[in-house]
Structures are given as C-alpha cells and as structure tokens.
Write a protein that binds this ligand. Structure first.
Ligand code: PEP
Length: 252
C-alpha cells in the first residue's frame, strides 16, 4: 500500500522568536501548498503560537518536541497535551533520542506519553534508535524492537492511525554521518513486521516510518527511495529553509 511521504523538521532548542517566524513564513511560501507530501515543523514550545500564525494558510502542520503524561498539576516545567492542542499542534515528537539519552527518559515514560497523546487525539512521531555501541555489538534489532514494544504497550489498533515511527540511529543524529539506505531499510522493514504482529498487517502497511539522522538534500532522495522509508525527521537541515524545501521535494 503506498504511503504518503511525511517530512518533519525538529528545530530542537534553536531559533529565536524572530528567526522561527521567518523560517516558518519562508517555508509556508515555498512549500506550503505541496499536497503530495505531508509536512510539519516542530519549534521550541515558546514559539509554537507565533509559528502557528506564520504557517496560517499553508498545509504545513505544527508539532511540539515533547509532551508530559499528566493532564495538569504540580509538574514544574512540563507541558500537557491540552496545552499543545490549545496552541494548534497537530503533532508531537515523543521519545526523541535526546530526551532518552540526555534527559533520561525511559521506555516506560515514553509509553505513558504515547498513551496520553493518543487519548488526547494528537498525532505523534515516536522515535526509536540504537546507540553506536549497540550497533557495533549487533544489538540494533534487539534495542529497536524493545523500544517499539514497550513504547506501544496498551495502544489500541484503532488508535494506530495517529502513529508515525521515526527510526533515528543515535550515532547518525547531528553527526553528519547518516545510516546507509540499506541500513535504514533493514531496520524499517523489521519495525513494519513488528507492527504487523502487534496490530494487523493493514496497520503495518499504513503506518509511516520516517528515517532520521543527518538527512540533507544530498542524501534525502536515496534514503526516501527505500521501500519502507516513508519520510524523514530532519534536525539540522530543517533550520535552513532551502535545505528543508529540497528534502521535501525529494520526497515527491
Ligand atoms: C533529529 O533531530 O531528530 C535529527 C535527526 O537531527 P539531524 O537531522 O541534525 O541529524
């Protein structure tokens, strides 16, 4: 079953209020009317409303980079699903490797966030991926399947339409060294098999699996040509309008 490509930009802790709005407005003009590819940008929390306004009238969706798994209360610094919806987010990234490895998020915490985002009606980009030592030790498939299995515990097949998975090998994020198309395809195919076992073959066929890790204009087309690579989660290159546009067009 053909899946519509999905390219998302993760701006991480970058941009200022002004540069975020400029970037969003430039993208809205250049690629905001593309309809053969789904597009989203994920700015820092504080710039979500301004970026939403700058995207108005375009088809580019708004996403957040994280969310907390409780509704409200004494959770200083955290942001809830309702808050994200309130400022116009359609997507939320959950389980990014920097949340896992810099901020200490566990598979169980990520699962709670996924359950909460599903219940709230947010679409999510659920990130998985192995460390370099894990790849070198031949543990890639074990690590990624553990992350997928625990992350999706308790998720109903009827909610799986909200799910995009991003395979992001940690050694490829922000390093300039991307996984080869073959390495990406191998893991994506395994994830799709896991989804078929966990849900149904139809859910597995429909679920988009993005690749993330040093995607740039020069490598995007080859990665996106792989059968099970349905899009990209783009960090560094999403901060340059021309590069993000080139990656979006490579998906067409
Ligand atoms: C990311 O932030 O998810 C990412 C893949 O970053 P980069 O494209 O810079 O490697």
């Amino acid at each position: 079953m053909p899946r519509k490509p999905f390219i998302a930009g993760n701006w991480k802790m970058n941009t200022t209020g002004r540069s975020a709005v400029e970037l969003a407005a430039t993208l809205a003009r250049s690629i905001g009317s593309l309809d053969a590819v789904d597009l989203a940008v994920c700015p820092p929390f504080v710039y979500l409303p301004a970026v939403k306004a700058a995207l108005a009238g375009s088809r580019i969706a708004l996403g957040a980079q994280d969310v907390f798994h409780e509704d409200d209360g004494a959770f200083t610094g955290e942001v809830s699903t309702e808050m994200l919806k309130d400022v116009g987010c359609r997507y939320v990234i959950i389980g990014h490797s920097e949340r896992r490895h810099v901020l200490g998020e566990t598979d169980e915490m990520i699962n709670r966030k996924i359950i909460k985002a599903m219940a709230a009606g947010l679409d999510m980009i659920f990130c998985v991926g192995e460390l370099l030592e894990e790849r070198k030790s031949g543990l890639t498939m074990d690590v990624v399947s553990r992350q997928v299995k625990i992350g999706l515990e308790g998720v109903a097949a009827s909610d799986a339409g909200r799910l995009t998975i991003a395979y992001e090998p940690v050694w490829a994020i922000g390093t300039g060294v991307n996984a080869t198309p073959e390495q990406a395809q191998e893991v994506h195919a395994m994830i799709r098999q896991l989804l078929a076992g966990r849900f149904t073959a139809t859910v597995a066929d429909r679920t988009r699996i993005q690749y993330g890790g040093s995607v740039k204009p020069s490598n995007a087309a080859e990665l996106l040509r792989q059968e099970d690579v349905d899009g990209a989660l783009v960090g560094g290159a999403s901060l340059k309008a021309a590069d993000f546009e080139a990656i979006a067009r490579a998906a067409l």
